[in-house]
Design a protein around this ligand. Structure first.
Ligand SMILES: [Zn+2]
Length: 286
């Protein structure tokens, strides 16, 4: 408990007991109405300074919740030193940064109650400007270099999992709201990339995954009876959170969203083509 709260409580008690004793005094020896009014006015005004706020925080409302609805995961595309410099001194930032040192360090660069600038133009379940309601976590990783990707170290992922468990429990973040930058900005972003271990985290109870048996059933059905049309694909991508055109066509923007979806749930192939396996996973995703 902080000292301000204690002081505020003391002040409140003192003022209360002073007024109570005055009332008791009044009962015992009635004062003239004029004198009583003067004394009461003095009691109310003593120490009162309208320029100085005296906020009582001793009572907290029962009805409240965290402002954090989403957790957004990124890679930095830079080494430890550069990542730290850009995220602390540049015009982008994140709440947390996990380095790729042999013993990964976790930096907190922005207080969780404040907005970090990590998401940019973004949307998830129709909520745009995801920065406002999210916590951003950057993981140091080189990203895509000459068409190849770098694996995350097991220790980075273990550290990240510990951080995520803490954030999820403190802010009550729903599994479907733990997202990659590529999920909320599929036209612009590809991080945290196809080597990010979404499945491994889901196996540990972190984030959303699909039911494999259901996916296999749907896949067989699509192979036997043909694939659903582009309008269905767009409808389903929207259902699971993505911002997607509703053109009824397999246009470039829709393919970008399919590729982002594949990178996360079927990373072996993320060409943006709606094959039976991709659509089966999509249908099976809660
Ligand atoms: Zn990012």
């Amino acid at each position: 408990m902080n000292t301000a709260t204690v002081e505020q409580r003391e002040t409140k008690r003192d003022r209360g007991s002073f007024l109570a004793s005055m009332r008791r005094e009044r009962r015992r020896s009635p004062l003239s109405p004029g004198l009583a009014a003067l004394l009461l006015a003095m009691a109310g005004c003593s120490g009162y300074d309208p320029g100085k706020l005296d906020i009582d925080r001793s009572i907290q409302a029962k009805s409240q919740s965290s402002r954090v609805d989403f957790i957004v995961l990124h890679y930095t595309s830079a080494d430890n030193e550069t990542s730290l410099r850009i995220l602390s001194e540049g015009n982008v930032s994140s709440h947390y940064l996990i380095t790729d040192h042999p013993r990964p360090r976790v930096y907190q660069l922005v207080d969780e109650s404040r907005r970090a600038w990590h998401a940019g133009a973004s949307s998830w379940y129709g909520r745009s400007g995801v920065n406002s309601g999210s916590i951003g976590v950057e993981v140091v990783n080189p990203g895509k270099r000459d068409e190849t990707w770098s694996a995350y170290s097991p220790r980075q992922i273990a550290t990240l999992a510990t951080l995520l468990r803490d954030l999820i429990s403190r802010h009550q973040v729903k599994p479907q709201n733990i997202v990659g930058h590529s999920d909320i900005a599929p036209q612009r972003k590809i991080d945290p990339g196809p080597l990010f271990p979404w499945k491994k985290l889901a196996d540990e109870g972190i984030g959303r995954w699909y039911d494999e048996a259901a996916a296999q059933r749907y896949e067989r059905d699509f192979q036997a009876n043909g694939l659903p049309d582009a309008a269905w694909v767009q409808q389903e991508l929207g259902r699971v959170g993505y911002e997607v055109p509703r053109s009824g066509l397999l246009d470039p923007a829709t393919r970008n969203v399919i590729a982002a979806f594949q990178m996360r749930y079927r990373p072996e192939l993320f060409d943006g083509m709606p094959d039976a396996r991709t659509l089966a996973i999509l249908k099976a995703l809660p």
